[in-house]
Design a protein around this ligand. Structure first.
Ligand code: IMP
Ligand code: MG
Length: 179
């Protein structure tokens, strides 16, 4: 396991090793398996950050949900721009079904709030939010977060799908900025 990494112009140090991440993923998967047994479920992972989490999650979920990726962006560098752009929106497949939005991290909540409003227009049977990380100190919205891996302080992290300007996503451990 590497303790320190360099991503573009910034240094990062180890924050959460793969073993801990995987235990959290298994816990969330068993909660979802229990809550949605026998239901018509569609998982909507948010590209690009949630790709690794969503992949691991589906390995441990006890049923066989449909998968439909979406893509909405708001971030530049280490700051949210506050303006959400739909690049690959939800589709009509969500209508009348139980939709679980899968995110890498909920920070201000602006992106997720926007996605929930977009999804509501398609009249799904239910919407729930599943995120690996949650930064309550930055949260500005009031939607409910149904499944959380870990609450963290307002520090910038990379790895396990999370990026800094497009880099650092593919590490299987998570690293925090080292200032
Ligand atoms: P929000 O709209 O402020 O909640 O931002 C959510 C999005 O910002 C996430 O899907 C991530 O792509 C990105 N983001 C927020 N915090 C971090 C971080 O610490 N590292 C990498 N990306 C982050
Ligand atoms: Mg994201």
């Amino acid at each position: 396991m590497v303790e320190n990494i360099q991503v573009l112009d910034k240094r990062f140090k180890l924050y959460m090793p793969e073993s801990v991440i995987q235990e959290e993923v298994k816990r969330i998967a068993s909660e979802i398996s229990h809550d949605y047994a026998g239901k018509d479920v569609i998982l909507c992972p948010v590209l690009t950050g949630a790709y690794m989490f969503a992949t691991d999650l589906t390995r441990y979920i006890a049923f066989d949900p449909d998968i439909s990726f979406v893509r909405y962006t708001s971030y530049e560098g280490t700051q949210s721009t506050g303006v959400v752009k739909p690049l690959l929106p939800f589709t009509k497949r969500c209508q009348g079904r139980h939709v679980i939005i899968v995110e890498d991290i909920v920070d201000s909540g602006i992106s997720m709030d926007y996605m929930i409003q977009e999804l509501k227009k398609l009249e799904p049977a239910s919407i729930s939010v599943c995120t690996f990380f949650y930064k309550p100190g930055n949260f500005q919205k009031d939607f409910k977060i149904d499944y959380v891996g870990k609450e963290i302080p307002n520090d910038f992290i990379v790895g396990y799908g999370l990026d800094y300007n497009g880099k650092g996503r593919t590490f299987k451990d998570i690293y925090v900025i080292d200032e």
